[in-house]
Design a protein around this ligand. Structure first.
Ligand SMILES: [Zn+2]
Length: 334
């Protein structure tokens, strides 16, 4: 049952999520900082909890209908950011959250049943588009923008809109800290849909997604041994797992968001979608003959230039993610 796990997207490695949480932690104003730490309790801070929704992916549903958190002995690396949630109470919370958010939509990529909560981490908007709109293919009422909106609702004393089940403000903070990070990973928002010749197709013209053209945010596109999505999840190693002086300086220069807080997630998704155009620039694709099913391989017009641009985009997006996570929390608790 573990064999296919986790081909679903997991946005930024846990390091990226910790960095986003750490940047935000530095930018919180005193009231917001106090509220956040009081709600989180246990000495938890934003960088501690930001990986939580990925840790929840280790909750599995057994054939008898029960749910269990299971450490995968073949992937002990998945546990690294999750050890802070290994107490009986924290494990029970993860199982409970997964159960409450499991059947609220059907999500069975490659035929393997995953809970609906796995869909909260991403959009799959065609890169031919340049702004987020809920009417587009690759969006849903349980997508990343909706998930951030649901977390904001709970933190502002409103009920979470369906299909979300968010138990309390603590759970909402766990989700917000993670999903604002995901929203800034370009391949968590923009995707390419490809035909058998590796050419772009447009699901919005057809008004539906042909499953044979889906690349799942680059998860089905191979660059040598790594898939393109995971290549974007990794952050530059010199950053480590916390805010750096450079990232904080960049975060402080991110322009303030305009309008109502409820509209920010969609506006930020549009911003990231434009960044995704750059993330796919200069790439060509070919249906793979060596990979099973519908998978593609990627070639680069100039690989070194691509890697340099990718590095710069990642740093900029981490800074934006941290700045915007703090911006929401400072707006909720001025
Ligand atoms: Zn995620």
């Amino acid at each position: 049952m573990y064999l296919l796990y986790p081909t679903a997207s997991s946005a930024w490695g846990y390091q990226g999520h910790k960095v986003v949480g750490s940047i935000a932690d530095h930018l919180l104003k005193p009231n917001a900082k106090q509220q956040v730490e009081q709600i989180l309790g246990n000495g938890f801070k934003l960088p501690t909890v930001a990986p939580w929704p990925d840790c929840v992916k280790s909750v599995f549903r057994h054939d008898d209908g029960t749910f269990h958190y299971e450490v995968d002995p073949n992937h002990l690396d998945f546990e690294v950011p999750c050890t802070r949630f290994s107490s009986t109470e924290e494990r029970a919370r993860m199982v409970d959250y997964a159960r409450r958010n499991w059947f609220t939509c059907s999500y069975t990529p490659d035929g393997f049943e995953r809970g609906c909560h796995n869909t909260f981490h991403f959009e799959d908007i065609a890169i031919q588009r340049d702004s987020y709109d809920r009417s587009l293919q690759g969006t849903s009422d349980h997508d990343l923008v909706a998930a951030i909106g649901a977390a904001i609702a709970v933190l502002t004393d409103k009920p979470a809109p369906p299909p979300f089940s968010i138990k309390d403000k603590r759970e909402a903070l766990f989700l917000l800290a993670h999903f604002v990070g995901d929203l800034h990973q370009p391949l968590h928002v923009g995707s390419v849909y490809l035909d058998a010749n590796g050419k772009l197709v447009d699901p919005d013209v057809a008004h539906k997604v042909d499953a044979a053209t889906e690349t799942a945010g680059g998860n089905l596109i191979q660059d040598q041994n790594v898939n393109l999505h995971h290549e974007w999840d990794d952050i530059p190693t010199d950053i480590g797992e916390a805010a750096t002086r450079e990232l904080l300086a960049d975060a402080r220069s991110v322009p303030a968001s305009q309008g109502r807080i409820e509209d920010w997630p969609a506006a930020w998704a549009s911003d990231t979608l434009v960044v995704a155009h750059d993330a796919f620039a200069g790439l060509t694709f070919e249906l793979s003959e060596t990979q099973p099913g519908n998978q593609w391989t990627v070639s680069f017009s100039d690989h070194d230039a691509y890697l340099r641009a990718q590095d710069a985009i990642k740093r900029k997006q981490l800074a934006k993610g941290g700045a915007r996570l703090a911006e929401i929390l400072n707006a909720i608790w001025p």
